[in-house]
Design a protein around this ligand. Structure first.
Ligand code: UDP
Ligand code: MG
Length: 326
């Protein structure tokens, strides 16, 4: 592993469950989140929560610090700037010490009350327990439709089976976490990485809640880019597509050429065909540019990977401490 910190070796205690919470500008909702989390994990002995401050511009860091002051089970990883949710989760996995790790959003859209159900499935022997949304009631039909289309597309193009209606909210056993931590690619499509590692997997269903405070950081443009990330990270099908489209067009052009030759032999050549010529030239030009773009998408990613930069930089790290048992 290139840049994974050795957080685990410095541990003085071993929590059973680590809850990883990426937080970017979540100051308003954090205290409530922590309260709900603590309530939900009431029946569990040994747990820690790892908050990742992902370059927040509001008082998120201060909020986590004050939680740490009143609760030893809080660990704080402050990243040097905003690296995005995928990397924030990775930083959390790197600093989580538990035998099982739960990833959950800070905005209470993933209800912490589901965590005991995840843990129950893990205790029943599953390595990966993801939480599946029961429908997408809050989303527009456009978002639902595009999401569904994306999952279908991913399944057809790559051989990766992505669970539908599932976010990053899930529990992973230690061996799954260690497996995911070995995947240090810069372009991180977490759902894909989680699915890629495999291991016995199951799910529980839950109702996704509206955001408790703040705003979502997802726009359609970002979702489109996430979809691109997903496709280019896990399949080279678009590159292969160029071969087949090229082949198809070449075949069609042979047929068309035969038709032109026969026609010329039979009725001569009364120089015409400007419209068809323009159509063909523009069509082929368009296709060529499009596939140049596809190649560019892959090349850009190869470029980024070759730099081998660390995924994130940590500005401050406070591990959780032994919980004084009562
Ligand atoms: N988040 C993050 N870094 C970012 C953007 C988001 O750590 O750059 C966190 C955010 O604080 C929240 C979670 O990722 O805990 C999900 O973000 P958001 O609610 O904006 O996404 P959505 O729920 O709309 O998918
Ligand atoms: Mg959210």
């Amino acid at each position: 592993m290139r840049d994974a910190p050795s957080a685990l070796s410095r541990r003085s205690w071993q929590p059973a469950i680590s809850v990883v919470v990426p937080a970017h500008d979540e100051a308003a909702g954090l205290p409530l989140f922590h309260q709900r989390l603590t309530g939900a994990l009431n029946g569990i002995d040994n747990w820690e929560v790892v908050y990742i401050d992902d370059g927040s511009t509001d008082a998120t860091l201060a909020a986590i610090e004050s939680l740490r002051r009143i609760d030893d089970r809080v660990a704080l990883v402050c990243l040097s700037r905003n690296f995005g949710k995928e990397v924030a989760i990775t930083a959390g996995l790197d600093h989580a010490a538990g035998d099982a790790v739960v990833v959950i959003d800070a905005d209470l859209q993933d209800p912490p009350e589901v965590i005991p159900e995840l843990i129950a499935q893990w205790r029943a022997g599953f390595d990966m327990v993801y939480a599946k949304r029961r429908g997408r009631a809050g989303d527009s039909w456009l978002k639902r439709g595009t999401a569904h289309g994306f999952y279908r597309l991913m399944q057809r193009m790559g051989d990766l089976k992505l669970p539908e209606d599932t976010g990053d909210f899930r529990l992973m056993s230690r061996r799954v976490v260690d497996a995911v931590r070995q995947l240090r690619e810069q372009h991180r499509f977490m759902k894909g990485l989680f699915a890629w590692v495999g291991y016995p997997t199951t799910y529980v269903t839950y109702d996704r809640q509206p955001r408790c405070a703040g705003v979502s950081k997802w726009s359609y443009w970002k979702l489109w880019n996430l979809a691109l990330e997903g496709i280019t990270s896990f399949t080279v099908m678009p590159l292969k597509l160029a071969t087949y489209v090229g082949l198809g067009v070449a075949l069609l052009s042979v047929i068309y050429a035969a038709q032109v030759i026969v026609k010329t032999l039979i009725i001569g050549n009364p120089v015409a065909g400007y419209p068809s010529l323009m159509t063909v030239v523009l069509f082929l030009g368009g296709i060529q540019l499009m596939f140049l773009g596809v190649i560019g998408e892959y090349l850009g990613r190869v470029f980024n990977e070759t730099k081998q930069r660390p995924l994130y930089l940590v500005e401050r790290y406070i591990p959780s401490a032994v919980k004084v048992s009562v």
